[in-house]
Write a new protein. Structure first.
Length: 496
C-alpha cells in the first residue's frame, strides 16, 4: 500500500469515526497542496468541518483547480456565508466557479444587501436561466432588487411557465403573505380517492422534476377553492379506495395575500405550523408559505426591533453604505440633541438653586442616567410583550401597575444607597434625603413612561420599538431633571 493510499484509508476511518474534535484538528492542518491527493468524495464531508475564517484562508491560498473543487463541495448556505467576509472585489473569481444550479441556490441564501452586490457581478443575460432554477418566491425577491424595466425584460426572456408565477408574486408587497408565498405546491382534487391522490402527487412531482418539498397536501374543489389538507401519514396509511372526504382535515388555517408577515409568523408560532396555504377572497388556492421563510421573517423582525430600540432605524445593516447608515441614524440623534438642549434649559432655569447649593450638580448624572436606564428596561420588556402577544391594549393596565411596582422597589433600594452616599460625601442629611427621594420618584416615573409610551405607539399603529430608544431616554432625562431640581427648589431652606 502506497503512502497516499494509507493516508486516504486513515482519512476514511477518521470520517467514519464521527469524532468531531479530531476531524476539526485534522482540517486545521490542511494545506492547499494536500487537496490534490484527496478525491472529490473525500473533500465534500471535510468542508463542513472547516470554519469560515479557515476556509477563507484556504481558498485564498489555493490555485484555480483546487478552489473550484472546494467550492463545488460546499453547501450553498456556506458559500453565501463565506461571501460576507470576502472583500467585494474578490467575489467575481469565486462566483465564476459556480454552475447555474449552485449560483441559484447561493442567491436564494443571501440577504438583501449581498444580493445587490452579487447582481453587480452577474451578467443580465444569464439571470433568466438562474431564476428558472429557483423557487418562485426566491426568484421574485431577486427581481425585486432590480428596476421595474429590468425585471420585466428578464421575465420576457424566461419560459412562460416559469415567468408566470414570478410575475404574479411581484404584485404583492414583500412584507406580506403574498410576498412570502411560493406557488410550488402539491394539491389534489376533493372528489378523488387516496389512490388517485397519490397518482396526482406523483405526476406533479415529476412535472417539477422532484424539486417540491411536500409538507402537506392541499385539497381543492373543481373551482380550485381550498377545502382542507392531508398529511402524508394519513394519505399513505389510508386504504386505496377511501374517498378523500373521509380523511380530509378541514379545520385548517390560511392567510390572505395582504396579511402582514408578522401576523403570518404569529400563526406559525401559535399553531406550530410547517406550511400555510395562501388563498384569495374567494378562498382559491394561490400558494403556500413554508417554515424556512418564517424563520427569516422572525430574524428580520427581531433585527428591526433591536435596531429601532438602539435608535439606528429599522433597516440599518452592517453592509449599508456610509451615507445611508448616517441618514438612518441621524433623526434619532437629533431627538437626543434637542432633548439634551431641553435638559440644559431646565438646568438654566434652576440656576439660582444650583448657585446656592453647588453640591446638587454632582447628582444630576445619577438622576438622569438611572431614570433613562429604568425607562429603557421597561420599554424593552413592553415592546417584547407586544411582539410576543403577551401584552395588548386590554391588559396594559395590569402590566403598567406591575412595572410601576418594579420601578418603585428599585427606586427605594437605589434611593437608600444614594442617600447614604450623599450624606457621607457632603455631610448633609437633608441633601441625602432629597437626592434619594428624587431618585425614587424619577425611577418610578421612568418605569411608568417606559411602559406607557410603547402602548401609545401601539394604539396609534406605530411600531412600539420606536419608543424604546432615544425617545424614552430623552423624556426620562427631562422628567428626572424636573423632579430633582423642583424638589431642591422647594426644600432649599433645609439644604443650606
Amino acid at each position: 500500500m502506497t503512502q497516499t493510499q494509507q493516508d486516504q484509508s486513515d482519512l476514511e476511518w477518521l470520517l467514519q469515526s464521527g469524532q468531531e474534535e479530531e476531524i476539526r484538528a485534522f482540517v486545521k492542518l490542511l494545506r492547499p497542496e494536500d487537496l490534490s491527493v484527496l478525491l472529490d468524495e473525500e473533500i465534500k464531508p471535510l468542508v463542513r468541518f472547516i470554519q469560515r475564517e479557515e476556509m477563507q484562508s484556504l481558498l485564498s491560498a489555493c490555485d484555480t483547480t483546487q478552489r473550484r473543487r472546494l467550492l463545488m463541495a460546499m453547501h450553498p448556505s456556506a458559500i453565501a456565508d463565506l461571501l460576507i467576509i470576502f472583500p467585494t472585489q474578490e467575489w467575481r473569481p469565486l462566483l465564476e466557479f459556480l454552475d447555474g444550479e449552485q449560483m441559484s441556490a447561493v442567491l436564494a441564501e443571501l440577504e438583501e444587501p449581498e444580493v445587490e452586490r452579487v447582481l453587480e457581478h452577474i451578467e443580465r443575460q444569464v439571470l433568466p436561466d438562474l431564476l428558472s432554477e429557483m423557487d418562485s418566491d426566491d426568484a421574485a425577491d431577486i427581481l425585486g432588487e432590480l428596476t421595474h424595466n429590468e425585471a420585466q425584460e428578464i421575465l420576457r426572456q424566461m419560459d412562460a411557465d416559469d415567468a408566470a408565477p414570478i410575475q404574479a408574486l411581484l404584485k404583492y408587497d414583500e412584507d406580506s403573505a403574498g410576498g412570502l408565498m411560493q406557488t410550488e405546491l402539491v394539491w389534489v382534487h376533493l372528489d378523488g380517492t387516496a389512490d388517485s391522490a397519490l397518482q396526482e402527487i406523483r405526476q406533479q412531482i415529476t412535472e417539477h422534476e422532484g424539486t417540491i418539498d411536500i409538507h402537506e397536501v392541499f385539497v381543492v374543489d373543481q373551482e380550485h377553492r381550498l377545502q382542507g389538507q392531508l398529511s402524508l401519514e394519513a394519505l399513505i396509511t389510508a386504504k386505496p379506495h377511501v374517498p378523500l372526504r373521509n380523511v380530509l382535515e378541514t379545520d385548517i388555517h390560511w392567510a390572505l395575500p395582504e396579511m402582514d408577515q408578522e401576523e403570518v409568523a404569529t400563526l406559525f408560532e401559535r399553531y406550530n405550523l410547517i406550511s400555510l396555504p395562501v388563498v384569495d377572497n374567494n378562498r382559491k388556492l394561490l400558494g403556500r408559505i413554508t417554515i424556512d421563510d418564517i424563520v427569516d421573517v422572525i430574524k428580520e423582525e427581531a433585527s428591526e426591533d433591536i435596531l429601532q430600540m438602539a435608535g439606528v432605524g429599522g433597516e440599518d445593516l452592517v453592509a449599508d453604505r456610509t451615507v445611508r447608515s448616517a441618514m438612518l441614524r441621524l433623526p434619532w440623534l437629533v431627538t437626543n440633541l434637542f432633548g439634551g438642549l431641553l435638559t440644559g434649559y431646565f438646568m438654566w432655569m434652576y440656576k439660582a438653586t444650583l448657585d446656592q447649593i453647588i453640591a446638587l450638580v454632582t447628582f444630576v448624572p445619577v438622576i438622569t442616567g438611572m431614570g433613562g436606564n429604568v425607562g429603557t428596561q421597561s420599554a424593552s420588556v413592553t415592546v417584547r410583550g407586544f411582539a410576543l402577544g403577551r401584552i395588548d391594549l386590554n391588559n396594559i393596565q395590569r402590566f403598567l401597575w406591575k412595572e410601576m411596582r418594579v420601578g418603585a422597589l428599585m427606586g427605594v433600594l437605589c434611593g437608600v444607597a444614594l442617600t447614604l452616599v450623599s450624606w457621607v460625601w457632603h455631610g448633609n442629611a437633608y441633601l441625602g434625603l432629597l437626592v434619594g427621594c428624587s431618585l425614587f420618584v424619577a425611577m418610578t416615573v421612568a418605569s411608568s413612561m417606559g411602559t406607557l409610551i410603547p402602548a401609545v405607539f401601539e394604539r396609534l399603529n406605530i411600531d412600539p420599538a420606536l419608543a424604546s430608544g432615544p425617545f424614552v431616554t430623552t423624556l426620562n432625562d427631562v422628567s428626572g431633571i424636573l423632579i430633582y431640581l423642583s424638589a431642591a427648589t422647594f426644600f432649599l431652606q433645609w439644604l443650606r
